[in-house]
Design a protein around this ligand. Structure first.
Ligand SMILES: Cc1ncc(COP(=O)(O)O)c(C=O)c1O
Length: 426
């Protein structure tokens, strides 16, 4: 793709007219007069997602408990059905994917399955700039095994609060480390770690490795077959547009299918014997065996429509546009450098996920001024505005207009009309 950007309004028009993914925009509910750049936090509702959730609702309305039997037990087997749609995004086999729980509960499930500390190997290796829920889960898992996090949780520290150095991570894989949990893309700086290199290093050292794909799935290409990780977990409400709190995902490498899940429940029982309701757990030996309780059908149904769009568009094409449009955005924001903006993510395509971080001393108040003007970004402490152009529904013209509004806000200092006091949800 051509990276010779131009500043004026003609360039975005030209790009939009030639955007192979442009037609997907009309399948999403975009509010008139709003530039939505927050799909890394909560993706937008599509007509497809709406249709699939309404269908599920109809089944419930018309059939009550028989919803579990309708369409060849589709909803009873919903995790498996959605796994088929989800697996191509990470190049996994469908039976290695479960659509279940939340990211955090899936971390608990995975760690309780794979963390088997002994006198020699008892530490979990993490980084100190990941989204904190991962850390909270890791800390409680080591406590459950009778350790103190200060002894059993080993931290790789970022040197600047933005980035991690892969060599530091690998060096920290000492022989006391039992398990590593890392984010593929860092939520603040959008740093994309080299999963293949890090996973290979863990494997060579006999360490179990799991990845948090929350900011990666649906944004970057991931090839779990080639990488051979032990487990992965992710949410579906960001780039996958599954809706607020939509059911999360989990990958279990098939070589672990015979392991007993750390947290067992009747939905992890073999399908053929689940309704015999025996007291002995009869493990379904594939990823769906890591489900715990009844699936949240309405929080999964949105995904059926949303994932269809992904499979039509293709993750390769999505990544290609995402890289190009984020480059264009950085190009325009850098022109505002004299107003105090610093790009806080890597400009290298190989090291960048799907969002752009504009750092500014007044980032919070600027983000409020943007919202007031119809732009929806988000803010992350202490000084980052995250802008996420989503390949499926953000236009080049949206990016062009955003930067003009941003320029006006900093030029006129209109952000000073807003309080710096943080809202409950920022
Ligand atoms: C890397 C990462 N992990 C986990 C979560 C959230 O976990 P949950 O889906 O359980 O709320 C987020 C939320 O933004 C995240 O960025």
């Amino acid at each position: 793709m051509n990276h010779k950007f131009e500043e004026g309004p003609e360039y975005p028009k030209f790009m939009d007219n030639n955007d192979e993914l442009g037609h997907f925009r009309h399948r999403f509910y975009l509010k008139k007069g709003t530039i939505y750049l927050c799909g890394n936090s909560l993706g937008l509702c599509s007509k497809d997602a709406e249709e699939s959730v309404l269908k599920a609702l109809e089944h419930w309305k018309n059939e009550g408990v028989k919803i579990w039997n309708c369409e060849d037990s589709k909803f009873y087997l919903y995790s498996n059905i959605l796994a088929k749609l989800m697996a191509p995004l990470i190049n996994a086999d469908p039976d290695e994917v479960a659509v279940t729980g939340s990211t955090t509960s899936n971390i608990h499930q995975a760690i309780s399955t794979f963390y088997k500390p002994n006198n020699i190997r008892y530490k979990i290796l993490v980084d100190n700039i990941n989204f904190p829920t991962d850390r909270y889960a890791v800390d409680s898992q080591v406590r459950l095994k009778g350790y103190e996090p200060k002894d059993a949780v080993k931290e790789v520290k970022s040197y600047d609060g933005r980035f991690l150095i892969e060599d530091d991570i690998i060096q920290a894989m000492t022989e006391d480390v039992a398990l590593v949990l890392l984010p593929t893309v860092l939520y603040r700086s959008a740093q994309l770690l080299d999963m293949e290199r890090i996973s290979k290093a863990a494997k060579e050292r006999g360490i179990i490795i799991g990845w948090d794909l929350c900011h990666a799935i649906g944004a970057v290409e991931i090839d779990l077959k080639a990488i051979d990780v032990d487990f992965a977990i992710w949410c579906t409400y960001k780039y996958l547009n599954g809706g607020p709190g939509s059911t999360a995902g989990m990958y279990i490498n098939r070589k672990h299918f015979k392991k007993l899940p750390g947290l067992t429940g009747w939905y992890g029982n073999k399908k053929e014997t689940q309704f015999l309701l025996r007291q002995e757990f009869d493990h379904q030996q594939d990823a769906s065996g890591w489900q715990i309780g009844s699936p949240s059908i309405l929080s999964m149904a949105t995904l059926e429509g949303a994932l269809k769009i992904y499979n039509e568009a293709g993750i390769k094409n999505i990544r290609k546009k995402s890289l190009h449009i984020t480059r264009y955005m950085m190009y325009l924001i850098e022109k505002l450098g004299s107003y105090g903006f610093v790009i806080g993510n890597s400009k290298d395509d190989v090291k960048r996920g799907g969002h752009v971080c504009a750092e500014h001393d007044e980032a919070y108040r600027i983000s409020l001024a943007l919202k007031f003007r119809g732009v929806v970004p988000d803010f992350r402490e202490p000084n980052v505005i995250r802008f996420t152009p989503i390949a499926l529904y953000t236009s080049y013209e949206d990016v062009y207009n955003l930067v003009n509004i941003l320029l006006d806000i900093v030029k006129t200092q209109s952000y000073k009309e807003f309080s710096g006091k943080r809202a409950l949800v920022v």
